[in-house]
Design a protein around this ligand. Structure first.
Ligand code: BES
Ligand code: ZN
Length: 911
């Protein structure tokens, strides 16, 4: 394990590699504890590198190597060969071949990086820096090689042998119980995309013919017995392959595309060339075991990894600072795919919810960083919502600014120009600048400045002049290392909603005061490029309700001066469904923040019947779009309210305020909720399509509100639904509602659920998660008890996330005022760090908002973090997160920052 002495890596230090590795020939003999790896590397000096430089190959915990240079054994002393480095101080000046033998122990690999065992299979995970745990290599994404891999294993243990690319040969080894397969991948790739799998696996197969006529064999490999759960994933795969041809003109480029599902996986899934490896939770689904949400995730993750074949694999990243180039762009692509397959506004609402829940807190806390970071200690810690979700938002803004047509042209140019390259964000943006004929230098600031901008909008109607004036202003608060912020280019999609719907947008010419371009008025997208801007709309016959930031056109915090009447107008008839939903959220958030203030002052929240009526109005129109209605009647979460309040957060008060609003809305709307619930009951066979899923989502959301208003009635209905459910969405939806009502009924339902699904790990994960999320003080003890349950284990990341990760997401209990939630998570982090640092570091990320809490909680959180920080021998992963969370800057990092910043945080002495 790499421990906490890691040196920072800086973007500004980037240098082209001194050597290139053109071909990699691997011969891998799989054995449980001693797998032999022979790597033959065809190396040559890079004309762009430093002539005669030493060749330094990366390793991580590697053992017992034999090294041949052009067939001659090298005598390497300890200086030249260590577990984490192989140095040739004077390599040949012309092309040469290195042969390296390493011995690795897949069974002992608990980090799940490199070659490891999951269940009875061998598998690999090499992104970001796992290949160096298999052999010594130039483990950096700008070294692209053609791979040939020979895999050998016991035939009985691993009848299935898979690698990247196409299968070229396979057979038995005569006189032995072993067999082999040789795979060849003609597309040069960085080593993080290398993969192999060996195991006794079941599979299903299908075929896809690309538009230009290439036949692709599709295979999905799973544990025996799970083949019946793969049909939906296969269907999603074929749909996304077709979509990428239609939406982006991208065809698949090999004869085989394989997916392997494993149950021990640190992340969701991995895009290895031609051999994607998945956490099985993003593959396996049957109506009785997976919810609609699971189905939607499977579709999205299958698409995401498949889309990487072009955005990530054919065009990869020059260095890890460019991670958003593949991840942000690919998230954008998978979001677009799901929008086209399902309901665009509903998908947008879900994505914005995720962005706000995960990225906004990161961006306003100690872990804030640029979409393109400039320094890192541990790259694993930069697979963040900022890289992914904000990275996707930046691309969405680019599209809004230059228009769909230019955007597609820019993508075409990018694929054309950069194919086969390890590219940078600049290379990417240059393509759009070129096709749109526009300078995007200012836009680049989205990549180089962290923090969520605040966009404030005020309005003024002049009834005599018939003008409506909007004043937009932006500002961004300081983030660690960036005290001063500059204005960004913000696309603000606008509409003016009158009594009969949208009003035409008319302004004067751009050079006149408050004017705008014809393009802005036609598209409705107005650019804010300076600190503030005034836009005057003319011939506005009535005072309209401004609909600002339609479709959430930029990842900003919007502060709108609209009054309740405006918001009610939008909720009722904005043509932009996102803003219709947003108007309700804003109304609810205003009520809730006022209630929190009242509760903290010792009072009680005032009931607001007008709000419930507005929700009732939305509910009345449910038949036209149940999925949208389900989102619209779901009130802001505790985290949403905490974020809105921003500082001195008291989660108990927030919880009370929210419970009270839900109670009053549920009670007031009970008859209407009940009739919607009844009307949505459905005996048709399960189908995971968006429309049916929407109906089930609304039915569960209605039940949830019924129960909030009247626990007895709600729990009875939920119990009936639980017992008669035809599918997991209904069953788990009912159980989730029951889990909120303390008492015997809940415990009985939980027991019954466990007994029904005991043999199914993915369902048992749901059972653990649900209990860890109960917002009651008893949950702490319940979680401690469940940690002793025979089905609980630290070894499986899904199980760990389901129980411990869910508890860390249980806001009232993780942030319990007495600090015991913090202590529990800190203890688990220390417990698992040496086993699996990546998962430990992610879990510790739960502390990211600690500074926004009220003083008592802050003190407890700081203590827990300091306890972690004081631990000897932490992994580099956890060390990095804990130090940044406490704002302990290394000397190195502190020298980067400006004086004004330095005075606010005391730099930590160098280690
Ligand atoms: N390339 C990543 C997988 C990865 C993440 C490898 C971190 C190494 C470290 C993959 O494409 C990915 O982004 N997976 C996501 C799911 C996706 C749908 C956003 C994941 O694993 O969470
Ligand atoms: Zn990805």
């Amino acid at each position: 394990m790499r421990t906490d002495t890691a040196q920072p890596v800086r973007l500004s230090d980037y240098r082209a590699p001194d050597y290139l590795i053109e071909a990699v020939d691997l011969d891998i003999k799989l054995h449980l504890n001693a797998t032999h790896v022979r790597a033959r590397l065809s190396v040559r000096p890079n004309p762009l590198g430093r002539p005669g430089a030493p060749l330094v190959l990366d390793g991580d915990g590697l053992k017992a190597a034999m090294v041949l240079l052009d067939g001659v054994a090298l005598d390497l002393g300890a200086n030249a060969l260590s577990p984490d480095r192989l140095t040739l101080s004077e390599p040949p000046r012309t092309a040469f071949e290195l042969t390296i033998d390493t011995l690795v122990d897949p069974s002992a690999n608990t980090q799940l990086m490199g070659l490891y065992r999951s269940g009875s299979a061998y598998c690999t995970q090499c992104e970001a820096e796992g290949f160096r745990r298999i052999t010594y290599f130039l483990d950096r994404p700008d070294v692209l090689s053609v791979y040939t891999t020979r895999i050998e294993a016991e035939k009985a243990q691993a009848p299935v042998l898979l690698g990247n690319g196409n299968l070229v040969e396979s057979g038995d080894i005569t006189g032995s119980t072993r067999h082999y397969a040789i795979w060849h991948d003609p597309h040069p790739k960085p080593c993080y995309l290398f993969a192999l799998v060996g195991g006794d696996l079941g599979s299903i197969h299908d075929r896809f013919t690309t538009t230009s006529g290439r036949n692709v064999e599709l295979g999905i490999y799973v544990e025996h017995g799970k083949e019946t759960r793969v049909a939906y994933a296969m269907d999603a795969l074929k749909r996304c392959m077709r979509w990428d041809e239609e939406a982006f003109g991208r065809e698949y480029d090999l004869d085989v595309f394989n997916i392997v599902a494993v149950s021990d996986f640190n992340m969701g899934a991995m895009e290895n060339k031609g051999l994607n490896i998945f956490n099985d939770k993003y593959v396996l689904a049957l109506p009785q075991t997976a919810t609609d949400l699971d189905y939607a995730h499977i579709e999205g993750v299958i698409a995401h990894e498949y889309f990487h074949n072009w955005t990530g694999n054919r065009i990869t990243c020059r260095d890890w600072f460019q991670l958003c180039l593949k991840e942000g762009l690919t998230v954008f692509r998978d979001q677009e795919f799901s929008s086209d397959q399902r309901s665009r506004p509903v998908k947008r609402i879900a994505d914005v919810r995720t962005l706000r829940a995960a990225q906004f807190p990161e961006d306003s806390g100690p872990l804030a960083h640029n979409v393109r970071p400039e320094t890192y200690l541990e790259i694993n810690n930069f697979y963040t919502p900022t890289i992914y979700e904000k990275g996707a938002e930046v691309i969405r803004m680019l599209k809004a600014l230059i228009g769909a047509e230019a955007f597609r042209k820019g993508m075409d140019l990018y694929f054309d120009r950069c194919d086969g390259m390890a590219a940078t964000v600049e290379d990417f943006i240059a393509c759009f600048a070129k096709v749109a004929g526009r300078d995007l230098t200012h836009f680049m600031r989205w990549y180089t400045q962290a923090g969520t901008p605040a966009l404030s909008v005020s309005s003024d109607y002049d009834a005599d002049a018939k003008t409506f004036t909007l004043t937009l202003a932006q500002s961004t608060a300081p983030t660690p290392g960036q005290p001063a912020k500059l204005p960004l280019v913000i696309p603000v999609a606008l509409g003016l909603v009158g009594a009969d719907g949208d009003l035409p947008l008319t302004t004067k010419a751009p050079d006149e005061d408050g004017g705008a371009s014809a393009h802005e008025c036609a598209s409705g997208v107005f650019e804010l490029t300076t600190a503030s801007r005034r836009i005057v709309f003319h011939t506005v016959a009535e005072r309209p309700a401004p609909s600002v930031l339609r479709g959430f056109s930029a990842p900003v915090k919007l502060d709108l001066d609209s009054n309740a009447d405006d918001l009610l107008t939008l909720a009722e008839r904005d043509s932009d469904l996102f803003n219709r939903w947003q108007a309700i959220q804003t109304l609810a958030t205003r009520l809730l923040t006022t209630s929190v203030g009242a509760i903290r002052a010792g009072g009680l929240p005032k009931p607001d019947t007008r709000f419930a009526e507005a929700l009732g109005g939305v509910l009345g129109a449910f038949a036209s779009d149940p999925a949208f209605t389900a989102q619209a009647i779901s009130l802001p979460t505790e985290a949403d309210i905490a974020r809105e309040i921003g500082r001195d957060v008291d989660l108990d008060a927030i919880h009370m305020a929210r419970r009270e609003l839900r109670r009053s809305v549920g009670a007031q709307l009970q008859p209407r909720l009940l009739s919607a619930y009844e009307a949505l009951s459905n005996d048709a066979p399960y189908s995971p399509d968006a429309r049916s899923a929407g109906a089930r989502a609304l039915r569960n959301a209605a039940l949830d509100l019924i129960c909030a208003g009247d626990a007895r009635t709600g729990a009875d209905i939920a119990m009936r639904q639980f017992q008669s459910a035809h599918n997991m969405t209904e069953q788990f939806g009912a159980l989730a509602v029951l889990s909120m009502v303390a008492g015997d009924q809940r415990e009985q339902a939980l027991d019954a659920f466990y007994r029904t699904h005991a043999s199914d790990p993915l369902v048992i994960d749901k059972w653990f998660a649900l209990q860890a999320l109960i917002p009651e003080t008893e949950t702490y003890e319940r979680v401690r008890g469940l940690m002793e349950h025979h089905a609980f284990t630290y070894a499986n990341p899904n199980r760990l996330r389901s129980l411990i990760g869910s508890f860390a997401a249980n806001l009232t209990q993780f942030h319990a005022a007495d600090g015991r939630g913090y202590d529990l998570i800190a203890s688990v982090v220390m417990e698992i760090d040496s086993r699996n640092p990546q998962v430990a570091a992610r879990l510790l990320g739960a502390f990211r908002t600690w500074r926004s809490m009220e003083a008592g909680r802050q003190a407890h959180a700081q203590l827990a973090l300091k306890r972690v920080a004081a631990t000897q021998g932490l992994s580099a992963d956890v060390r990095d997160i804990v130090d940044r969370s406490l704002n302990l800057l290394t000397k190195e990092r502190a020298t980067d920052t400006l004086d004004s910043f330095r005075s606010r945080f005391s730099p930590r002495p160098a280690r």
